[in-house]
Design a protein around this ligand. Sequence first.
Ligand code: BTN
Length: 251
Amino acid sequence: MYKIPANTLFIGKNLVFVPDCHSTNTLALQLSQQPTATDGTVVITDHQTAGKGQRGNVWEAEPSMNLTFSLILKPKFLAVNKQFYLNIVICLALMDYLKEKTPDPIHIKWPNDILVHEKKISGVLIENQLHGNQIVNAIAGVGLNINQRIFEAPRATSLARLTGSTFNLDTELGAVLGFIESRYLQLRQDKYVMLMNSYLESLYRRHESHTFSHDGTSFEGIIQDLDESGKLRIQTEGGIRAFTVNEIAYV
Ligand code: BTN
């Protein structure tokens, strides 16, 4: 069970806990259609049986060891062509939280993986419900590895593995939600430039040469930055090209 956080104004004030579910994102999307699902509602579970990741992947998490939750946001102030800023907000909040927990270097692997020493500690899946030029509901799903120590995936880690300590999930949820609210309020105050610059400062492999694949072919490129819609801009032999997440992969 989780308590309503004391340190936030609206995020998590409506907290829906279910012991298990297929996916908190799916459940949150259903709940978001009801009038009781206010802005900032948090849907959290101890066990997802079909946790969703990006690009159709599955999100695996040992039951009751990690944080797996989804936020229902109603960012009516945010234009659809700026929806990537929701990814930026959540990633920066996770960075803010993790920086308080560990001195290890933390990076954001575009678009929204959080890495420590090249290993993934957190993933974010944002699913938006649009109506015209308005984001009616944004479902921001967060998987954050806290107490799990053994992973099938070789490139996964957790706070417990990094620090050797065990954490109280309820306390950690409150801390993460506090950081999410602070960053979300910055977005509401139109601090786009500051948010984008902070994201870019932590961007994994920025300004380094790397191999990418696109349409079945590999190419060398150097990550420059993002455009306003969140596409990754890469300096290639033929000039700067911008890619969406489904168009490119790191090799
Ligand atoms: C990724 O890195 O591929 C994104 C992972 C997102 C996982 C979280 S766990 C809570 C929420 N519910 C889901 O089904 N997925 C997200």
